[in-house]
Design a protein around this ligand. Sequence first.
Ligand code: PGA
Length: 261
Amino acid sequence: MARMPLISGNWKMHHNHFDAIALVQKLGYVLGKDDLEAVEVSVHPPFTDLRSVQTVLESDKIGIALGAQNCHWEEKGAFTGEVAPPMLAKLNVRYVIVGHSERRELFGETDDDVNRKVKAVLKAGMTTILCCGETLEEREAGGTDAKVTGQVLAGLDGLKADVVGGLVIAYEPIWAIGTGRTASAEDAQAVCGLLRRTVAGKWGAAAAESVRIQYGGSVKGDNAPALMACPDIDGALVGGAALEAESFAAIVQFRLAAPQG
Ligand code: PGA
């Protein structure tokens, strides 16, 4: 498969800029050139850390992409407390997570907001990691497929096929986030396969073939190999295990793990 895996560390609201500098320096040390050629890696620190992390990545020539966790959809204006996509682009941010379930559930982000953010990120020359995922109640009621396809179609509404083909989608079942309870590789593959077919249905085979689909939700070094072996899973969006260099490196180095069962 020609798709380059993307493993992204979503630090959420953890690590001040001093801790952030120490973590990326350590990552630069534990991740070798081979690791970073086989897998694309991004880190998504809090906004206050971005400039410091950018400086370390660039001055130490660490081949890790800089990411953000969120942004506003306007380029500038009277939006107290918000951060505009061009400000992120100026820091050489490459990937912006959009529509994470914590943004949707805790801060009321709608599919409409998410779609506006996706377009704003693209306009500023960056790439989105568009998140989707179902709650436990929705899964138990058989609503997973409708929820995730609805979120992806709404989030990417109005985009052209060649643009969609360059994006990243993250399937993150909400019941698996931060719970230690990960989806089985079979369940994760089933939903990621469905998402790829959804992209094919709306934007065509070429976009579906090149769009990258991450799985997220309690990904760790020990479950990463089975997840990454799935044909429609092209990487991972990692929360808790991304907060320390060793546990994040163990995921990035999933190929080194002993084959499971
Ligand atoms: P987790 O978080 O790895 O701690 O489950 C994943 C995420 O929310 O992106």
